[in-house]
Write a protein that binds this ligand. Sequence first.
Ligand SMILES: C[S@@+](CC[C@H](N)C(=O)[O-])C[C@H]1O[C@@H](n2cnc3c(N)ncnc32)[C@H](O)[C@@H]1O
Length: 224
Amino acid sequence: MFSNTMRGMSRILQTLRRKCHTRHRKKPKFGTRFLLDKSKVFSFNAWDDVEWDEEQEKEAQIKVQANSEVRFPPNVIERYENEADKYWDAFYDVHTNRFFKDRHWLFTEFPELAVGDTESKKILEIGCGVGNTIHPLLQQSKNPDLFVYGCDFSAKAIEILKEAPEYDNSRCNAFVLDATQEVWEVPFEDNSIDIVVLIFVLSAINPLKYKMEQNRELLLVVFL
Ligand SMILES: C[S@@+](CC[C@H](N)C(=O)[O-])C[C@H]1O[C@@H](n2cnc3c(N)ncnc32)[C@H](O)[C@@H]1O
């Protein structure tokens, strides 16, 4: 029974991917990009078939080693960890919405995010920052049944996001939340989200604080 449901889900996802692919993907997706013509090496910032030679591997190891040699004292590490939201506030105070721009790859890499005109979708972005993903999501689809929630533990980021002229609270709800907290206060019902997006967020969170929920039907879109 369960495996039938999973097979059904996987077929639906494949169809969805195919439909989105033709409608939104102009470029090959990461994972299918092979450098066959060396003159095109700069067409993308990453390729899938590049093998490192010994020399390059050694060079990388030396860099990683050098990088690991400088360590902060434990009390400083603890302070950065405990006050991480304040440091992100300070970051957004300086950069406002001028950082992490240019999302031309969003629908190329994640066609699932291009919501069709007749679909009803609720998307949650965790660590949404100032909305560099949320704004394109809402711009690409005028579907009134698309609703996007965005949370971030930086109150400053959420403030900037909400002050943007394109922020429309009939289609979007942004709120402050530390995703590593045990208890979440969120403005939506349990099990009501279709897609969860994390872009450049997991790399900002101490892996000891990761927690995995067992919800197989949820589509997760993650960029470290
Ligand atoms: C590198 S930025 C990326 C922002 C956004 N996802 C983007 O792509 O523009 C990482 C974001 O994660 C947020 N963040 C880090 N740890 C978090 C946590 N525990 N809970 C919620 N947000 C967090 C930061 O405030 C910051 O906005």
